[in-house]
Design a protein around this ligand. Structure first.
Ligand SMILES: NC(=O)c1ccc[n+]([C@@H]2O[C@H](COP(=O)([O-])OP(=O)(O)OC[C@H]3O[C@@H](n4cnc5c(N)ncnc54)[C@H](O)[C@@H]3O)[C@@H](O)[C@H]2O)c1
Length: 304
């Protein structure tokens, strides 16, 4: 049975991504961002802080974090954080509660992620024997995200959903969470997992007042993409998306509390006027067998 929360149950409704976000809705929000000192996370930290939010951002990179904190003072606070260390993420969320002017956590962005060469698909042999693969990518991109979800859910529930407050989780997937990418087994798995987080939690919004979305960026020129890969991508004439547009897509989601359970892909501006659009691929055709199974899942979940 749904509680009396202002956000309705998830319905498949495509978001118009040509609408320019209302930045007044960002002002005063308390936003937590993992991996917020580099790449798309850095752009997000800057965009939210410049729009009047208070951003608590965690990152392994202390030098970049402190530098960004000084640039954005007093609207941002850096906490050194390794997302796979639960206590270090907890300290970041606690800092957001303590130091944000609102003493809340309204928005959490599970952005930190890594991409290494894939030792499961193409592992090293030692003396002709397979070795236990290094699963660091899986750990950061899934364990780290689950810790963020868990902590966000705990801290979101500490405030009422009154005007100016929100409970909004954004998880970084990737177009590799939607397409087939040969040889990228661990990364693909981790980015499909991000999508699973969204599709699970969007069905609870009417019960806990927490809305959730994913972003699926196309290639973006950040340190995540090695110079060798960058070279190959460019040689094929593939066009990059912009990190600033990823941040703008996050701002759009946070600015509009009617958005829930959607995935925005981040693309080159030639493909979308603001550099992002609603992918509309996380629902089944109405009369399909899968849609029937989906409604049966809903009927047996939440103790309904
Ligand atoms: N760049 C792309 O082409 C691309 C495409 C699709 C999805 N993504 C996803 O977007 C997210 C951001 O990627 P990016 O391109 O901005 O990467 P990036 O490497 O430029 O930035 C990631 C930031 O996360 C931090 N970080 C890494 N591991 C961490 C850890 N264990 N704990 C805390 N912080 C950590 C890094 O220090 C860095 O500041 C990732 O989840 C990535 O998988 C990237």
């Amino acid at each position: 049975m749904a509680q009396n929360y202002p956000y309705p149950e998830y319905k498949n409704k495509v978001v118009d991504c040509t609408v320019v976000p209302d930045l007044t809705k960002i002002s005063g929000k308390s936003v937590v961002i993992t991996g917020g000192a580099g790449g798309m996370g850095e752009e997000a930290t800057r965009a939210f802080a410049n729009a009047g939010a208070f951003v608590t951002f965690g990152d392994l990179n202390e030098e970049a974090g402190k530098h960004l904190e000084a640039e954005l003072y007093p609207n941002a606070r850096f906490v050194r954080c390794n997302v796979v260390d639960f206590e270090s993420q907890k300290a970041m969320f606690k800092a957001a509660m303590e130091h944000s002017p609102s003493k809340t956590v309204d928005v959490a962005i599970a952005n930190a992620g890594i991409s290494k060469s894939d030792p499961v698909y193409k592992g090293e042999l030692i003396n002709g024997e397979p070795q236990a693969p290094d699963l660091a990518t899986l750990d950061v991109n899934t364990t780290g995200v689950l810790y963020t979800c868990h902590l966000a859910r705990f801290y979101f529930m500490k405030h009422e959903l009154i005007t100016g407050r929100d409970r909004c989780l954004i998880v970084l997937s990737s177009t590799a969470g939607y397409a087939d990418v040969p040889g990228r087994l661990i990364y693909m798995m981790s980015k499909f997992a991000a999508r699973a987080v969204m599709r699970c939690l969007r069905r609870s919004t009417a019960y806990d007042g927490i809305r959730v979305c994913t972003l699926a960026p196309w290639f973006v020129e950040t340190k995540l993409v090695t110079p060798e890969v960058m070279q190959v991508i460019k040689s094929k004439g593939v066009k990059f998306a912009n990190a600033a547009d990823a941040a703008a897509a996050m701002i759009r989601i946070v600015s509009d509390t009617t958005i829930n359970g959607r995935c925005f892909t981040i693309v080159n501006r030639e493909e979308a006027v603001l550099g992002y659009y609603d992918m509309d691929v996380d629902d089944f055709p109405e009369a399909s067998r899968a849609a029937k199974q989906q409604s049966e899942f809903l009927a047996v979940s939440h103790g309904a």
